[in-house]
Ligand binder design. Structure first.
Ligand SMILES: [Zn+2]
Length: 196
């Protein structure tokens, strides 16, 4: 089932998401719905708060990045088919040089900004079967995980840009809150303005 994606301004995007117990009801179904919702919106990642649930769950599938001609063959092979579910993730380390990448977010349509993040991460998480993993990632895969991890911490990529850039996108953010932005996927806006 495709779920509506919560837009910028909704308080759920600002909550520190809670840990998920192993017996959390309908977890598999929630995960399946999130994948369907993400693919429908052509996203490479989606966090539970973006579908209105303040729980520590996010999904990633970097396959759409794998046809980027600017990347090396090796990078493209890594990105192709990298599909993972992260439950109760804990960022253990972020290291290496910071690098900029033009990020977007399904909750903030039509806004893209360069965001600087460390190149390598070590992250602990549970998979869909509640098996624990500790993995190291770098490059674009790390980038997508960092962006999604921020969501379960109540952080958005627009928090990480300069105050000048924040000023420049203020109007766009206001429009998203009011539901004046119309992406090709279903959204739930924070304070939709009726009429006009
Ligand atoms: Zn996002």
């Amino acid at each position: 089932m495709i779920l509506p994606i919560v837009g910028y301004g909704d308080p759920v995007l600002r909550k520190l998401a809670e840990e998920i117990p192993q017996d959390y009801p309908n977890l598999k179904e929630t995960v399946a719905n999130m994948y369907e919702t993400m693919y429908n919106a052509y996203g490479v990642g989606l966090a539970a708060p973006q579908v209105g649930m303040a729980i520590r769950l996010f999904i990633v599938d970097t396959t759409p990045f794998s046809d980027d001609e600017d990347l090396s063959k090796e990078e493209r092979e890594q990105l192709n088919g990298f599909k993972k579910t992260f439950i109760n993730a804990k960022m253990l380390k972020e290291e290496g040089e910071e690098w900029g990448f033009n990020e977007g977010c399904l909750s903030i349509p039509e806004v893209r900004e360069d965001v600087y993040r460390n190149e390598r991460i070590t992250i602990e998480y549970y998979d869909e079967d509640f098996k624990k993993h500790t993995d190291v990632y770098d490059g674009l895969i790390a980038r997508v995980i960092q962006h999604e991890y921020d969501h379960i911490e109540g952080i958005l990529f627009t928090d990480k840009i300069s105050s000048l850039k924040k000023q420049l996108i203020k109007k766009k953010l206001q429009n998203i809150m009011e539901g004046k932005t119309r992406p090709d996927y279903k959204m739930k806006f924070a304070s939709p303005k009726k009429g006009r």
